[in-house]
Design a protein around this ligand. Structure first.
Ligand SMILES: [Ca+2]
Length: 280
């Protein structure tokens, strides 16, 4: 840095600097490339022959300092893709058998759609049958939408999961891109009008962080009355992850061991609080 005081910055430098001070901590990982691009272009456009002086790099250095401090949010809804799998830090899949052993994880290979509800399936399939279950679905609409056979409804941005009738789990994995302390916040809810009967879980690698039963309907009340002994289940916790550690969100077929009327909704968010873990 050239040691100049803020009041000696040019108008352009001050403008860019203030934008960064205000927006830096709010910029999520998804927005970073765009924002960085805009700022760099902005800086270049403001350069003239007289402007090529030591003050410019100061702005860029401040920008990258802010990046390093910003928390990074991975949101299952905001990040969801029906095109890519893996999709950045997220993987949509299922278990090969009735087991939550991470070695049983398989990635979904095929997509399908029912209106604005999109699906990931194990293999190519456009209707219930081999390859269809377990599924991971997603409502891309801005309103609650009906799913398969109008038997369930997913809220705007909600992910919907269903196991197979042989007990294979529907699974979503978050793979930690960097070591650090992460905050996990998740909510499961029964969203089938026939009342979901499922077991839901959050795991760190092979270790369980949360286990619950979903019994009932806890989705959008405009589509069906909230009902049942345990229509929703929520978990929030803070954990240290190594790079490539997994956090798995799972939905099984429940105590009744059938997947009939089992569609279960999920919202999940993982926030990287700091890149260096505070607990070992
Ligand atoms: Ca069930």
């Amino acid at each position: 840095m050239d040691g100049r005081q803020h009041e000696n910055w040019t108008h352009e430098e001050r403008e860019i600097g203030w934008h960064l001070v205000i927006l830096g901590p709010l910029v999520t990982k998804k927005e970073l490339p765009t924002y960085a691009h805009v700022v760099r272009v902005d800086a270049i456009l403001n350069l003239n022959t007289e402007g090529l002086k030591m003050g410019r790099p100061v702005v860029i250095v401040i920008f990258f300092c802010l990046l390093a401090q910003a928390t990074t949010t991975f949101d299952l809804t905001a990040d969801f893709s029906l095109r890519n799998n893996p999709n950045q830090a997220w993987q949509y899949g299922y278990s090969e058998t009735n087991s939550l052993d991470p070695a049983q994880f398989r990635i979904d290979k095929s997509t399908g759609a029912l209106g604005q509800i999109g699906f990931w399936h194990p293999r190519v399939s456009d209707r219930p049958g081999p390859g269809y279950y377990p599924y991971v679905a997603y409502n891309s609409a801005k309103q609650t939408r009906l799913g398969s056979s109008n038997g369930w409804a997913a809220r705007a941005g909600e992910v919907a999961m269903e196991a197979s009738n042989s007990g294979q789990y529907s699974l979503i994995r978050f793979v930690a891109p960097a070591p650090g302390t992460y905050q996990i916040t998740t909510r499961f809810e029964g969203i089938h009008f026939g009342l979901s009967s499922t077991d839901v879980h959050v795991l760190h690698n092979a270790t369980s962080l949360f286990d619950a039963e979903i019994e009932g309907y806890g989705g959008d009340p405009a589509f069906h009355a909230v009902k049942g002994t345990s229509p929703t289940a929520a978990y929030s916790g803070q954990i240290d992850l190594k790079a490539n550690d997994t956090v798995t969100f799972a939905c099984g077929y429940g105590k009744n061991k059938t997947n009939f009327s089992d569609t279960t909704g999920l919202f999940a968010q993982v926030i990287l609080l700091s890149e260096v873990g505070t607990r070992k």
